[in-house]
Design a protein around this ligand. Structure first.
Ligand code: URA
Length: 423
């Protein structure tokens, strides 16, 4: 087998054999296949797709490129959640401690943001002292003691995906169902959880812009999980409008803490509770009420324990950006549209995200949405508050948002958050 043969097969619309897939993933992980060759193959897959068998083989080969965690020592059901990525998606922060309240372990191995979608680790690192690099023993210990861990995946977990994802990001080959499904599921399966709940985003702020594609992605991932004996289910959720009222690292932590304190935006609360119900059902806990645990402080207690266990100062003031600017409505009426992608890109341009892997992000940068879809606004009233430490970034962010939100004369209604459920 040679890389050129494998690329040619896929370029010409053929089907890759199991042996070809095993060989190329292994050789790429070891550095024997060059980035140029893997880029060409990723583009061929992007353009020509892959059969379910090829996706299954590709996922298995990526799992085997590294170690798999053994969570048997945790002694309780381990359930993990994964979102395909969105704008203002801070759900993991309140969700992991909320589920842990019910004696279900949540090993949440998370990533950093790249492009316009934020990363959970970047958000948590805005808490002074918070440590995201834990050893396998520390993860297991914390799952036993507290039940919730949100940390970085170790470099040994699915290393093929780490290399390939970085390559896809710079070769415009991210938005491919076979590549996304295998990338997400190889990491989640290698993590060793008993069950996985997927939050598959649909809309302008998501990788999948339309419903049919998102559904296909969700079904592909659910099948991959079940093939590996992991109870996998998915919710399809709306990402045409940003989730909640903040996009940006510390801003999103603040909003998550509001949710844990029993308040916070309705859409964030609803999605947190619905995902918690799915996770608890997968762990056999249909008898409990996660909404109540947000209201009565139990989820907040679990959050405080988790943050403290990972070295974070729970009572510290979160970082605030040095400068802010507001964008105001010119006419009064009702907010009828707000494009999630534009808000994500604007927050990223303010410094909440990075352009290259390894760059630092600004903890305080981002956007507060003061008025969202369906809400009334007066002429001259602020709709967005933009935050950054580098005011030179304001014009680009403002330009990004221009024309991407609308005020109408008629009261507008926001559509549902949960669009479908695949079990
Ligand atoms: N998240 C991942 O981990 N991989 C993808 O390909 C897309 C989103």
């Amino acid at each position: 087998i040679t890389a050129v043969d494998v690329i040619r097969t896929k370029r010409d619309g053929g089907e890759l054999s199991t042996a070809q897939i095993d060989w190329i993933i292994d050789a790429y992980t070891k550095g024997a296949v060059a980035d140029e060759q893997m880029s060409a193959l990723a583009m061929a897959i992007f353009l020509n797709g892959a059969k379910p068998r090829e996706i299954a083989d590709w996922t298995a080969a990526m799992i085997h490129s590294g170690i798999t965690l053994n969570l048997a020592g945790v002694g309780k059901p381990c359930v993990d959640k994964h979102s395909t990525g969105g704008v203002g998606d801070k759900i993991t922060l309140p969700l992991a401690p909320l589920v842990a309240v019910f004696d279900v372990a949540v090993p949440q191995l998370s990533g950093r943001g790249l492009g316009h979608t934020g990363g959970t680790l970047d958000k948590l690192e805005s808490i002074p002292g918070f440590k995201v690099d834990l050893t396998e023993d520390e993860v297991i210990e914390q799952l036993k003691e507290i039940g919730a861990v949100i940390c970085a995946a170790t470099g040994d977990l699915a290393p093929a995906d780490k290399k390939l994802y970085a390559l896809r990001d710079i070769t415009s080959t991210v938005e491919s169902i076979p590549l996304i499904a295998s990338s997400i599921m190889c990491k989640k399966i290698a993590e060793g959880a008993d069950a996985i709940v997927l939050d598959v985003k649909v809309g302008s702020g998501a990788f999948m812009k339309d419903f049919a594609q998102a559904r296909e992605l969700a079904e592909t991932m659910v099948r991959l999980g079940r093939d590996h004996d992991v109870d996998t289910r998915a919710l399809l959720t709306d990402m045409s409008i940003p989730l909640g009222r903040t996009a940006g690292n510390a801003l999103e932590v603040r909003e998550s803490v509001e949710v844990l304190a029993g308040g916070g935006p309705e859409d964030v609360v609803e999605l947190t509770v619905e995902l918690a119900k799915e996770m608890l059902a997968a762990a056999g806990r249909m008898d409990v009420d996660p909404a109540a645990a947000l209201k009565d402080g139990r989820a907040m207690d679990a959050w405080r324990k988790m943050v403290a266990a990972q070295g974070g100062d729970v009572d510290a003031t979160l970082p605030v950006a040095q400068e802010f600017e507001e964008i105001k409505a010119e006419t009064g009426g009702y907010i009828s549209e707000m494009d999630a992608y534009a808000v994500g890109v604007a927050a990223w341009r303010l410094g909440a995200g990075r352009e290259r892997q390894g760059q630092p992000v600004q903890a305080g940068a981002g956007i507060e949405i003061l008025k969202t879809v369906g809400e009334q606004v007066q002429a001259g009233e602020a709709v967005f508050r933009l935050h950054t430490d580098t005011p030179a970034r304001f014009p680009a962010a403002m330009e990004t948002l221009a024309g991407q939100w609308k005020v109408g004369a008629e009261p507008a209604k926001r559509g549902p958050i949960i669009l479908d459920r695949i079990v």
